[in-house]
Structures are given as structure tokens and as C-alpha cells.
Design a protein around this ligand. Sequence first.
Ligand code: DX5
Ligand code: ZN
Length: 218
Amino acid sequence: MPHINPSLLAADFAHLERDIRCLEEAGAKILHLDIMDGHFVPNLSFGVPVVEAIRRSTRLLLDVHLMLQEPKKYLSAFCGAGADFLSVHIEVASDPRFLFDEIRQLGAIPGLVSNPPTPVEAVLPYVNDCELVLTMSVMPGFGGQSFDFRVLDKIRRIRCVANENMLISVDGGIGESTIAAAAAAGANLFVAGTALLGKPDVKKQFLRLKQLAVENKS
Ligand code: DX5
Ligand code: ZN
């Protein structure tokens, strides 16, 4: 702790295994996989067969972020494909506890995600019913967007009520100029796509981000 979770959305899909090796060598422990359905978010990414292929190619933990209108339908498929963490959005879960129970029964660790406009009060009642709370710092659907600093207050509020061991993740626009503030607010998992895989020296950048997260840890 803290961990930098590289988002493979910014990887070279023609050389996914090469990019995963590079992230392993850099010291990554968890890979972040963004699953988009073109309904909950206005974009498509990849699905179950790609997660299975990633699972076969690495022993790193897989943090699967479901941006799906109907996540319940796909929990079993993504757990079967090898997800270690499986996160669903509060915006499409009327009672996320049922989804958390199902995810645990399927052998994965449940997480809850919220979009920037969703008030933190919608998330707080469920924080200690799951192990990972992910706060989006951009509207989901695309990599390479700018960090919305309003997320920091949400992270602070979540940190206040969360168990000591809670994984508090932040996703979107994380890079050298934003990670310190997110760490100081209480985040301990940092999803980074463009600001990591878009750099010529990925290993050096991974270590730089990790260092900033450690130095500014709350
Ligand atoms: C956005 C995804 C993010 C995305 C982050 O919908 O949830 O995980 O890959 O990308 P960057 O780090 O480029 O903002
Ligand atoms: Zn994500």
C-alpha cells in the first residue's frame, strides 16, 4: 500500500502481453480492466475473452471495473474469467449488497464505484459492506480526461467512515500533477492509464507515481 493500478485501456492491444510484462517488471501488483457496454457509458472496450486471455498471461491481481447497465447479468462470467476484484456502479445498483454477496459467492472481492455527479451520501451507507470503494475523477467511458478535483472531498468523506483496511480507489486523470492530492485525501489505490502507459519510460513513470503516492499518503 499504496498501489498504482495500471489501466490496460491505455495499453497497446496488439502487444498486450508485452505491456503486461513491462508493468510486472515495474512492480505493479494489480491491473485495472475497464469493461464498457456502450449503454452505461458511451463507449465499448473489451469483454470476457480478453479478461480470460489476460488471466492466462499474468499472475497479477485483476481489478475489473464494470461499466455496464446490467452488471448482475455478467458477474459470473467475469469472475469465471479470473477477476480478483469486481466493482459495480452505484448508479445501476438499487441495493448493491445483493451484488456484493453474489460476487463473494463467485469467489471475487466486491467493489462499489460512483460517478462524479453522484453524491457521496449515496455511497456512504455501503462503504463497509464491500472491500473496495472506487471514486471516479472523470465521467467514465474514456481514458485521457482531466482530473476533476471535486472528487477529493468525496474521498475524504469516504475515508472518514471506512474501515482501516478499506481499499479507496480513484480512477481518471491520475498523473504526476494529481496523485499527491488524491493520496492526501485518503486514496490508496490509484488507477492510471494515459499518464503511465502513454509515457516512453513506463517503469520510471510507475516508480515516480508510486513515490508521490507514498510521500503524500494521509
Ligand atoms: C475511464 C476508465 C479509466 C481510464 C483511466 O472510464 O474507468 O480506468 O482508463 O484513464 P486515464 O488514466 O487515462 O484517465
Ligand atoms: Zn476504470
